[in-house]
Design a protein around this ligand. Sequence first.
Ligand code: ACO
Length: 334
Amino acid sequence: MGVKIIGLGASIPLKLVTNEELSKVLDTSDEWITTRTGIKRRHHSSLNETTSYLSYKAGIAALKSVTQADDSDIDTLIVATSTPDRRCPATAPKVATMLGLGKIRAFDINAVCTGFVYALELADALIRSGKSRRLMLLGADVFTSILDKQDRTTYPLFGDAAGAMILTNSDDDNILSTYTGSDGEYEHLITIPDGGTESALRLDGVSKNIFFKMAGKEVFLKAISHMKESVSEVLNLSGLTKEDVDYLVPHQANKRIIDTLTQFLDLNEDQALMSLEEYGNTSAASIPITLARHVKAGTINSGNKIVVTAFGGGITWGAALLRWPDEKINADLI
Ligand code: ACO
């Protein structure tokens, strides 16, 4: 049994924030942000654009993108997020209800920026085992909800978004291999120190340090080495080589990291597909929104072999090797 990609969609909040606008309220500049990261703009959620709402919209876009006539219902919904609507319960059941999918299996997973790759591996296993026939997975994050607006080392880097993919069981196979890993020894590199059980027990329920923190330089080096390792693993697992890869769709955190991976895979710059200049780092949403953007633009086509890879808090990392389906997918970003 194979796993086929049949739907793809994304949702981006309306409010656009440029580097120039940020430079007016923070000690930063368009020049610093552009040269250090490649980011020019990002979109910020307004009042009602929560993780569930962006997920709902991305889910609608993905459902509309399906072109194959088939009457199977979605039986599973996974939301990869580290910014759920509420700490309890998970966001996925609410999204399933908003989408009118009925009383289906629905749950969140949290691997921070690697969330979509973790969800993809899990989705692949659920379908191959026969537990699920048709599944929607979402990468959705509203990182502006956990950032300190005064912190120039994090606030300019992130944007809000959601991306959705629909998978089904099939004789075709579009997921050729997946690989994930983690190392909890480095949890302090990407973290919100307080607000969980650790601080609740220690601080008697008073949260002191509830903003997102990242040790940029150390994360930079670890991101490169673990994404290289992940890409090599998925190639080995599928029996393919670098020469077989048409496109790289990496987590969109930093263009300098993406350039290093592009060279590692012996690809041209235009084979490394990007969205960070427009949307910034959208955490778990970054891979599906980049895929949706380039499917919509016609860059990604039938039969293309695509390596997706990510790195994030945990620390976590992973990759998947995709073969783009033969049937058209009308992907859209709404
Ligand atoms: N504007 C101007 N100056 C700044 C800014 C800013 N926005 N941010 C930092 N600086 C300053 C620093 O204070 C520092 O100044 P100093 O030398 O006087 O101390 C100087 O610029 C250099 O700072 P670095 O942190 O060393 O800059 P670096 O080149 O490493 O870039 C960055 C920082 C962009 C964060 C980079 O390290 C990076 O992209 N890291 C990886 C991020 C990543 O991959 N994340 C993925 C996972 S994210 C997740 O899971 C949610």
